[in-house]
Design a binder for this molecule. Structure first.
Ligand code: ATP
Ligand code: MG
Length: 710
């Protein structure tokens, strides 16, 4: 048998060998979708249906893309050879680098992240003389990103005579102009430009259509409208389009993902083959039963059931922790035991809902001297000090880079006051200059006070001088020089406690990152500095431990999509955290949280641990959360509860519910009106209930409150 069909069941083989040009594989977690996609590539090559250069494969996260590349190379037993395998953003970036002229970009455009985007927006909003309270940068950012994801430029938007909308569109337009002036591209812009590039350059589109006759997409359920249009443009009517996905794992609707793309695909390609896979090869029977039970609580589903031939496996451990530190300690102990039994550290993953939860875990792991690696979320290249240093490098590289200018003009503090900075901004706005040019102009025109002019002048000289010294240096020496000139090290040394030392370590780490840096095929034509800056912005941080070290894996549940681990620990399974408080009162969002939990549970091959804490300190405040409602949706016979201390067990919560109230329930109160139950506490006659009424949140004693269920 050919390699491409090795170790596949009949349904999987059917998917891999399908003669249909367009195929949709719709199947649950761990049923082999990614495996089928990889084998499909091998099949096309073996059968001579495609050359490596004719294949484009797309997925969502950097880690998933790296894993896919690895799986393809292992199966083919040779390098990718001209195949394009990457994330939507990565591939869009590659196209724009190759065709910057046609995309109407400057050759050395740089990518800005969400943080810089927000700063830029704040400046734009101020520049338009709008009330910053009323027009928040964050909201404008949401608005703009959402419009870009829909493929909409400002001139395609209609205000419908709504003054608010009119202003928003105005902000969008001004922001876009500012980005163009500074040669900056945000994440949404990468995709939109890549789409417009093909749409508006027929010759180029023809070239790529002839080249990529085989387009394959993993995690198809999480594509947004623009990504789908982009794929559709490339595939046209006749190319091969192989999409795999699972509606139960759609977890990015808050970022514009549209499960409807599955239906759209089916309508747009009426000749397509639809293939379903039902056998799960990843998890034990226990874990799979738990996942099936959980997801059956969702209503909006295409519906499918997974089964396995595998072993029942161990019960799912549920740890009731005393607090978040105890929770972290338990996780570390567990992982140590598994390690003693022969599992590598890298086979264990700790998953959490919000990236802020990683800090306590990291502390515990460091204390235990256990190697670990944080993926996504808490990113090395997003740390303030790293961004500061990179902003110096950016500004030395491109004086028009306004976000970089703004970031460092007074970091470290050099006595340039807000008034001076405001004046620079105003001049820049009125005369349509970059901040740098405006600063030069102000000094030349002697429009600043002597002191301010002196300080500003020495800042500009510092940048010019250091930029000159960078000429001809190796990349790591460049960063060394930049950091030295910036004065950042002395600046952070003044910061109290370990924090400042941490930051200085990170700066040193940045120099090593520069030393190890090798441009990839997208950026090898660029000057090394530009390539490195793109890398820093895009890759956003694989900071600690190298890819190949044996490290415990830490990541958010979102980042874990598509991955698998022998042992999975899902921490902080609490009301308000998971499901997240933002989603508790909206049934659709609650279903998305449940899908996220389903994603988390189905990452585990052999062992699953979940935990919640009786008290938790997060963002500097103490919380006393309740165990998550999701925990009660798992059949109790699959769960082994472990508790020390007095945390409420899931069993106790079940009893509370026997009182007739449950979390998320709508209730009616004579005086307060209609509300939603947020928390339950205590048992029997002592049950206290927290309800969100129109007039505010209230704690009531259930026995006296006479709440009517609705
Ligand atoms: P997810 O929805 O989580 O992305 P998936 O459907 O993409 O999951 P894969 O990651 O492709 O699933 O497969 C899950 C695991 O099952 C992998 O370890 C894979 O190698 C294994 N597997 C899949 N099919 C088979 C098979 N026919 N025989 C043996 N192992 C298989
Ligand atoms: Mg997969």
């Amino acid at each position: 048998m050919t390699r491409a069909l090795e170790r596949l069941n009949t349904d999987q083989q059917q998917a891999v060998t399908t003669a249909a040009a367009q195929a949709l594989v719709l199947a649950g977690a761990g049923s082999g979708k990614t495996r089928v996609l990889v084998h499909r590539i091998a099949w096309c090559l073996e059968q001579g249906l495609a050359a490596p250069t004719g294949i484009l494969a797309v997925t969502f996260t950097n880690k998933a893309a790296a894993e896919m590349r690895g799986r393809i190379e292992a199966l083919l037993n040779r390098p990718l050879g001209g195949m394009w395998v990457g994330t939507f953003h990565g591939i869009a970036h590659r196209l724009l680098r190759a065709h910057w002229r046609e995309a109407r970009l400057s050759e050395q455009f740089q990518i800005i992240d969400a943080d810089d985007q927000q700063k830029m927006l704040r400046r734009v909003i101020r520049g338009l003389d709008l009330d910053e309270e009323q027009w928040q940068a964050k909201e404008a950012q949401w608005f703009i990103s959402a419009r870009k994801d829909e493929g909409l430029r400002p001139d395609k938007l209609h205000d419908g005579d709504d003054p608010g909308m009119k202003t928003m569109i105005h902000i969008y337009r001004s922001y876009q102009e500012a980005c163009e002036r500074a040669s900056l591209v945000d994440f949404g812009e990468l995709l939109l430009r890549a789409y417009e590039l093909w749409r508006d350059t027929p010759g180029l589109l023809r070239h790529y259509r002839e080249r990529f006759f085989h387009v394959l997409v993993d995690e198809f359920q999480d594509t947004n409208a623009l990504q789908y249009s982009w794929l559709r443009l490339l595939v046209g009517e006749s190319a091969n389009f192989f999409a795999v996905g699972d509606d139960d794992q759609s977890i990015y609707s808050w970022r514009g993902a549209q499960v409807e793309n599955m239906q759209r695909f089916r309508r747009d390609y009426p000749q397509h083959a639809l293939i379903r896979l039902e056998q799960n090869y990843r998890s034990t029977g226990t874990i799979l039963d738990a996942a099936n039970a959980l997801i059956s609580n969702n209503t909006a589903r295409l519906g499918k059931k997974l089964w396995t031939n595998g072993q029942r496996g161990e019960a799912i451990k549920l740890y009731a922790a005393y607090n978040d530190i105890d929770e972290a300690r338990y996780c570390v102990d567990r992982i140590r035991l598994w390690h003693d039994d022969g599992d590598r550290f890298a086979e264990s993953a700790i998953l959490y809902r919000t990236s802020a939860q990683s800090r306590v875990m990291e502390d515990a792991l460091r204390q235990a001297e256990m190697p670990y690696r944080v993926h996504g979320g808490f990113k090395f290249y997003e740390r303030a000090e790293v961004k500061d240093a990179l902003a110096y490098l950016r500004l030395m590289h491109n004086r028009q880079d306004d976000p970089a200018f703004e970031r460092i003009i007074n970091t470290p503090t050099r006595g340039i006051g807000n008034r001076t900075v405001d004046e620079i901004r105003n001049t820049a706005r009125l005369e349509r200059l970059s901040l740098w040019e405006a600063a030069v102009r102000l000094i030349a025109a002697r429009e600043l006070g002597a002191r301010a002019a002196g300080m500003l002048g020495s800042f500009l000289r510092l940048i010019d001088l250091a930029a000159e010294q960078l000429q001809g240096l190796a990349l790591d020496s460049m960063l060394d020089t930049v950091i030295e000139h910036s004065g950042l090290v002395e600046h952070y040394r003044k910061e109290k406690g370990d924090r400042g030392l941490d930051r200085i370590d990170n700066l040193a780490e940045l120099v090593s990152a520069a030393r190890d840096f090798v441009p990839d095929e997208n950026t090898e034509e660029l000057p090394l500095v530009a390539a490195f800056l793109s890398h820093a912005a895009l890759e956003a941080g694989e900071g600690q431990g190298s890819e190949f070290d044996d490290c415990v894996q830490l990541m958010t549940l979102h980042a874990a999509k598509g991955l698998e681990f022998t042992n999975v620990l899902i921490v902080g399974v609490e009301e308000g955290l998971f499901p997240h408080s933002r989603s508790i009162s909206d049934p659709n969002q609650l279903e998305e949280e449940r899908r996220l939990c389903y994603v988390g549970v189905t990452r585990a091959r052999q062992r699953l641990v979940m935990s919640f804490a009786e008290s938790r300190r997060l963002h500097g405040s103490d919380y006393y959360p309740q165990p998550s409602r999701f925990l009660r949706e798992f059949p109790s016979e699959l769960i082994e509860e472990i508790r020390v201390g007095g945390a409420p067990t899931v069993q106790a919560v079940r009893e509370t519910e026997a009182n007739g109230l449950r979390l998320g329930q709508r209730v009616l109160h004579r005086t307060f009106g209609e509300g939603i139950v947020l928390h339950l506490e205590g048992r029997g006659a002592h049950t206290r209930v927290q309800v969100n009424f129109p007039g505010g949140v209230k704690w009531l004693v259930a026995a006296y409150a006479a709440l009517e269920a609705m």
